[in-house]
Design a protein around this ligand. Structure first.
Ligand SMILES: [Zn+2]
Length: 251
């Protein structure tokens, strides 16, 4: 259920201002859906995706509805901004134009194009999905992220290992949802392709975290000391991963 206000609610703020010298004309607030029924009051409902639904009595005039919207203008805009920013933190993918994905820490918007190949391409901060692939978009996206991870992560592990004197036995790319990386007893490192949502410095942190486990298995104070010497701002990296995890699991 969305947020509801009856028409008899008195808004505390004066929204539109008409003054003898200054006339401020504000744009009309768009109604996404108008539902008329045998009700007595006008109700404004903001959906979780920010859409505005107006429920009105059968005989309410357009002018009456507009007056209610005007009276609650600031409330409507504030609520819409609020739910949209919550959505920004936790996207549910629609695979429609404007859908957003995180890749290497950047928000990239989706566009659909008619070309058949490639099924999915990234150009700057725009993903182009072939219209023919829209039905299987989720699988296409996963395959794309996995391919990027396979190309990027093993090379980066090798470089960071060499730079810091670590000797991992091997690197595997997984689809794990609950852990970004892991280190086996035998010294094999695993990383989920979902890590590709993160900025390069955050990916480096996860790699160095697992490389450090080659020396120190558990999260002891000594482990964190060693990791801190490699990534002084590691706490910031951990915060980023926590704040954005849903972008990865939502893929
Ligand atoms: Zn660990």
């Amino acid at each position: 259920m969305g947020n509801c206000y009856g028409s008899n609610y008195k808004s505390a703020c004066g929204c539109a201002t008409t003054f003898w010298k200054t006339v401020i004309i504000l744009p009309v607030i768009p109604i996404d859906e108008l539902i008329r029924s045998r009700r007595k009051t006008i109700a404004l409902i903001i959906q979780p995706d920010g859409r505005l639904i107006v429920r009105a009595p059968l005989r309410a005039s357009q002018a009456e509805i507009q007056r209610v919207l005007e009276r609650h203008r600031s409330w409507i805009l504030k609520k819409q901004a609020q739910v949209r920013s919550q959505q920004a933190a936790c996207p549910v993918h629609t695979y429609r134009p404007g859908d957003r994905f995180l890749y290497l820490g950047k928000v990239c918007q989706l566009e659909i194009r008619d070309a058949k190949r490639p099924l999915l391409a990234l150009d700057g901060e725009t993903f182009y999905l072939a219209r023919s692939a829209q039905q299987s978009a989720a699988a296409v996206f996963r395959a794309w992220y996995r391919a990027q991870a396979a190309r990027f992560i093993p090379d980066r592990v090798a470089a960071l290992a060499k730079m810091n004197g670590f000797h991992p036995r091997g690197v595997r790319i997984t689809s794990a949802r609950t852990r970004w990386g892991s280190c086996s007893q035998a010294g094999n490192l695993s990383f989920t392709w979902r890590l590709m949502i993160a900025p390069p410095e955050v990916i480096d942190y996860v790699i160095l975290h697992e490389l450090t486990h080659l020396e120190i298995k558990n999260h002891t104070p000594a482990f964190w000391e060693r990791l801190k010497s490699l990534v002084p701002e590691y706490k910031e990296r951990v915060r980023w991963l926590k704040a954005h995890a849903q972008w990865g699991t939502g893929l």
